[in-house]
Design a protein around this ligand. Structure first.
Ligand code: 4NP
Length: 147
């Protein structure tokens, strides 16, 4: 059973911090360690995208405490489960995984059978934050049941 979950996207300012904050709320009281990170490091130290935070706050989800960070080698030992937002994140994670990595790598939308996509679309360019948080909420609820 996973006790620690790391959500990963490209920039760690849109999708994975949204998933972190949504899942933290849903999993409240379960004692899980929850975090998020990006494969790129492009936005290291930055708060989440204001469009993602605004959409989250509308649904009662606070993302204001999150700062972007890059995935580290240590993450592959520290987290039981690493949850990729899309197939490219998954490829990048597999490439970065150290010898003896103990984390299980999965994709978020594998936990949302009712959602027809297999990748969470990148809202940074598509500006579809509402659609993206909808599917993140559904998939995180599925993930919580599945772990
Ligand atoms: P995220 O979205 O991976 O969901 O955080 C992106 C954020 C920034 C960029 C791309 C995607 N960027 O190109 O800077």
């Amino acid at each position: 059973m996973a006790r620690s979950v790391l959500f990963v996207c490209l920039g760690n300012i849109c999708r994975s911090p949204t998933a972190e904050a949504v899942f933290r709320l849903q999993a409240k009281g379960r004692g899980l360690v929850i975090d998020s990170a990006g494969t790129s490091g492009w936005h290291d130290g930055h708060p989440s995208d204001a469009r993602a935070s605004a959409e989250a706050i509308r649904r009662g989800v606070d993302m204001s405490y999150i700062r972007s960070r890059k995935v580290t080698t240590q993450d592959f030992y520290d987290f039981d489960l690493i949850v990729a937002m899309d197939g490219q994140n998954m490829q990048d994670l597999r490439a970065a995984a150290p010898e003896g990595s103990t984390a299980r790598l999965v994709k978020l939308l594998d936990y949302a059978p009712g959602v027809s996509l297999s990748d969470v679309p990148d809202p940074y360019f598509e500006d579809n934050f509402s659609e993206v948080i909808d599917m993140i909420e559904i998939a995180c609820a599925g993930l919580l049941k599945g772990i």
